[in-house]
Ligand binder design. Sequence first.
Ligand SMILES: Cc1cc2nc3c(=O)[nH]c(=O)nc-3n(C[C@H](O)[C@H](O)[C@H](O)COP(=O)(O)OP(=O)(O)OC[C@H]3O[C@@H](n4cnc5c(N)ncnc54)[C@H](O)[C@@H]3O)c2cc1C
Length: 431
Amino acid sequence: MASEAIVTTSAASMTGRSGTYDVIVVGGGSAGVAAAVGAAQAGARTLLIESYGFLGGAATHSLVLAWCGFYAQRPAVTPAPLVGGVGAQALAHLHAMGVETAPYYSSTGNWNIRLDQEATKVALDRTASARGLDMALHSSLVAADVSGGRIVAIRVQDPRGVREVRASAFVDASGDAALAFLTGTSPCPLHAGRHAGQPASYPVRIGGLPPGAARDKAARARAFARIEPRIGRAELRTDGGIMTTLPGVADLWWLGIEVETNGLDGDDLAVAERDGRALAWHAIAALRREPGFETAYVAATGPNIGIRETRHAATREPLREIALIEGRMRDDAVALGCWPMEIHSGPGRVEYRPIGGAGAFGVPPGALQAADFDNLWLGGRTLGADAAAYASARVMGTAFATGHAAGVAAALGAVGVAAIRAELVRQGAIL
Ligand SMILES: Cc1cc2nc3c(=O)[nH]c(=O)nc-3n(C[C@H](O)[C@H](O)[C@H](O)COP(=O)(O)OP(=O)(O)OC[C@H]3O[C@@H](n4cnc5c(N)ncnc54)[C@H](O)[C@@H]3O)c2cc1C
C-alpha cells in the first residue's frame, strides 16, 4: 500500500473501544486465544487482533483438524492431560456443544483430539468471551512503533482504514512473528532460502465417502497411482498421507499434498495454493473411479494452505532439542510440551523423535520473551526454539499452553516467574 493511503486515526475513534490497553495480542489462533483470555483473566484490559473474521488459526483457516499435544504421549486407559487452563476451557466448550472431545490414540503412538472447523470456531468464540477482553477481527497488524527498547503502539488495518492502538505489553501470536518482524530488530533465521523451514501442506476435507473409507488404503493407493504425483509446486505424499475421520460428521480429513512456498510472499503463496487445489481435484477425481467412492468430492479447503514454519523471533532462552531428548522438566517452566519432534523433511518424509524422560518437557519463560524488548512476549509458533524443538512445540495443544503463559506474563509485567506460575496455576494451567 502506498504510504499516503495510510490514515492513522486517533485510537479513541475506534467504535466502542478505547485505544489504550494493558495487553494487545496479535493473532487469534490457539496461542493468541489462550494469551488473550489468560491476560484478561489476570485482570488486564486486553485487545485481541485477528486478520480473519473467526478464531482458531490453522485449525479453522487451514483445516488442520486435530489438536495435538494435550495429552502425555504414552498409551494409557486414561491419558494424562498436560495442558489445562485456557486450552481446557476450549475443550470444555466443544464438549458442551456435543462435540466428541475424547482423544484417540493414533497409529503414530500419540493422542489427538479431532476437530470440525465450524464447531471449533464457535467453541473459541465462547472461550474468548472473557470479561475485559475486546476483539478486533478482520483486523491486521500493519506497523509497530518502538521507543526506548519497548513497543509502544501498533497500527491495525480493517476495512475502515488504519488506526493506532497502544498497550503496556504485547503478545505476538501471529504464527509468522509479524509483530517482532515489524519492529525491525528481531532476526528472521528462516527463509534465507525457500526451503529453510518445514514444508507446507494442503489439507483437504473430503465429503461423500462411504463408511470405513478412511481404512481403505488400497483404494487410495490404486487411485493415486493413476495420476501424476506432482503439479507445479504441489506433490502427493508417497504414502498417500493421513486420512482420518472427523467428529460427528461423515467427512474425512486428508493431509496428503505438500506444497512448496516460503509462506510469506503473497505471489508465492498464490501459486502454491493454485497448484495444491489442482492436485487435490485430480486426486479426488481419481478416487471417484474406485468402486464405492463414486460420490467422493472436495468438501472444503481452508482460505489458507497449512504453513508449518516461517519466521521466529529471537528470544532470551530458546528451547533446545537436548532438553526434549532428556525430557527436562524445570522449576521455572511456564508451559509443558509432550508432542514428539515431528520433523517433515519432504513429501511423505516424516520422522518422529520421542521426548525422553517421563515424556514431557518444560518451556522456560525465556523462550517466550523477546530478546530485544522487555514488553514483547511470544506464544505458539513464534516461540524461540531450535529446529528440532520447534517441530514438537509448534502443535496446537502446546501452543495453547505457551500462548497462555505469554498472555499471563504480559499481563503481570516484571513480577518474576514465581508470580507468573502462580497465576497460571490459579487459571488451571498444568505445570
Ligand atoms: C499441514 C499442517 C498440519 C499440522 N498438523 C497438526 C496437527 O495435526 N495437530 C496440531 O496440533 N498441530 C498441527 N500443526 C501445527 C499447528 O497447526 C500450528 O503450529 C499451530 O496452529 C500454531 O498455533 P499459533 O496459534 O501459534 O498459530 P496459528 O494457528 O497460525 O494462528 C496465528 C493467527 O495469527 C493471525 N495473524 C497472522 N498475522 C497477522 C497479522 N498481521 N494481524 C492479525 N492477525 C494475524 C492468523 O490469521 C492466525 O489466525 C500442523 C500444521 C500444518 C501446517
